[in-house]
Design a protein around this ligand. Sequence first.
Ligand SMILES: Cc1ncc(COP(=O)(O)O)c(C=O)c1O
Length: 322
Amino acid sequence: MIIKSPLDIIFRDLFYRLRGFAGGHDVFLKLEGFNISGSIKVKTAIGLIEDLERRGIAKPNETVIVESSSGNLGIALGLVCAIKGYRFICVTDSNATSANIRGMKLYGAKVIVLDDRDSDGGFLGNRFKAIDHILRSEPNAVWLNQYDNIANKNVHAEQTANEIAGEFETVDWIFVGAGTTGTLAGVSERLRQLFPKIRVVAVEPVGSVTFGGTPGKRNIPGIGTSIRPKLADHVKPDRIIAMDEERTVEACLSFVRNYHLLVGGSTGAVLAAMQQLAPEFSTGETIVAISADLGEKYLDTVYNPDWVKSVIAGNTKTLAET
Ligand SMILES: Cc1ncc(COP(=O)(O)O)c(C=O)c1O
């Protein structure tokens, strides 16, 4: 295989069959972490920038792209902007992995890392304030706004959903971690058209407000929000699973032991959700889940017992006490 650009490194038909994973049922994990920049978000990054270009809003060497990201979209945009010739400013927070922050900088991005949480325990309010400040001070700045940008949904309807549909004759269950809900909205929209009986399961962390939960401190980046993303209006999941971070970490660890793949934090939540709903699966059903990234960049957090003890276990105790 000869590639013309790093952006050609996207694995569209990579599914790991997990034998007997959920209540004895096999499930299929769509692996997005082998893509360039390490996650599903490279598709989102390309989709958002190409959408601006189609609409004549972005011009290379002139436009400054601005975005709020928990890290994976940030590094993907860093790469896309470097290749296409845009300056890029990313606003992120201290939950982002150091690998993503350092990677963004290496691609030439300016990275603003916020430490101060909003009063509800999240960072999104402060991230939006920082974006607002940049937009007022940078005349050529354009905010992609992945939380309310239909191009974020469309890229997953046109690509991720069709990649799944191309692999299976039918899909009975689809499990998707929800951050901006772009993946969830796009994948569920297209798969429902193709497989009307499909059950769509949204997975978010405890402490996320997207589907009506109570706001709370979260520590694993990628899924969950402290301000409901507008894209969520486009999705009506059949089931919503709020997974606590302790079970998410346990799912990651047992997956490494039993299925020998170091997966990212949000994948742990999705895996735990599949095991939770396993009693509802029937023999012969096709069960698919999306794994957004891999685990190497979480070695100092999700896979570090000291971090888990002080941050996750401490958080659960705090929530229980208050
Ligand atoms: C690791 C990980 N999982 C899941 C998601 C959720 O994707 P979406 O924003 O499309 O809901 C993200 C988004 O950044 C992510 O980085």
